[in-house]
Design a protein around this ligand. Sequence first.
Ligand SMILES: [Zn+2]
Length: 273
Amino acid sequence: IVIRAGDYGFRVPQLQLSQRALLFADLFSGVPRSRTADTYHGYPLITLNDPPVDVEVFLLALFDAKFAYNLPSLPLSDPRSYRIYAGILKMSHRYRALYWRRKALYCLSPMYPTTLSRYDELNHPAHYNAYNARTARLASRVVVDAALAVGARWLVPAARLVLISASASNVSGGSQLRPHADEVKMWHEYKLWWIDLVWRMYCPVPAMARCASSDICRVALLDHREEAFDRRTFELRAILTKVPPVHRVLCDTCAPSYLRRHQLLRRHFWDSL
Ligand SMILES: [Zn+2]
């Protein structure tokens, strides 16, 4: 059969297509021969409304063994890699190619950790690899859209994080890229959020009632809060770090209690992204 998308046509074997993307099987079995009247050079013709570029990468994944083999190792420094993954993700979701849906999500996972603990692993100094902020930003918009389209909500937090940090440098003029309107909005929301979370991060903890040196611990927290608000860096790290520096100056009674609350705060932040 021939699949048409926009001005492009792709000739693919019908049987394998139905086997690899289940929706096509329904499509072919439900349509009586007479209704597939559209033909192209004698082949039955199916028109899809998806972007041709998505259709192309999807069909390449399904039918080109070399393309499929190289797919997981596309360079993550190139925005095109993410477009390809996102395209395959959307198409495989829509046409029920379950293997490829899983595979596309798997390919995206090194850049977009899906859990907070995986995020910690990736940001550990031992594994940290600085990625190109421009690539990340270009890619993350596509990835957020694709993840929302296929209901893969667990990809969204990490992609949003990238957009937030990319917007930070854009809005403050650190880059030539003009920020997208909803990135500016996201950035303003984030700043309010940051202020709220940082405020709560340095509130006294209940354990301070039992603290022998409560003044020292209390003052340490308030000093750190003041410093954070003076500098207003809006750093993600302030919230997402596993063990904030202030933890070290707290006494043995206050420190564990402080750390427990911090874990709740950063979990709350991650879940709200
Ligand atoms: Zn204390």
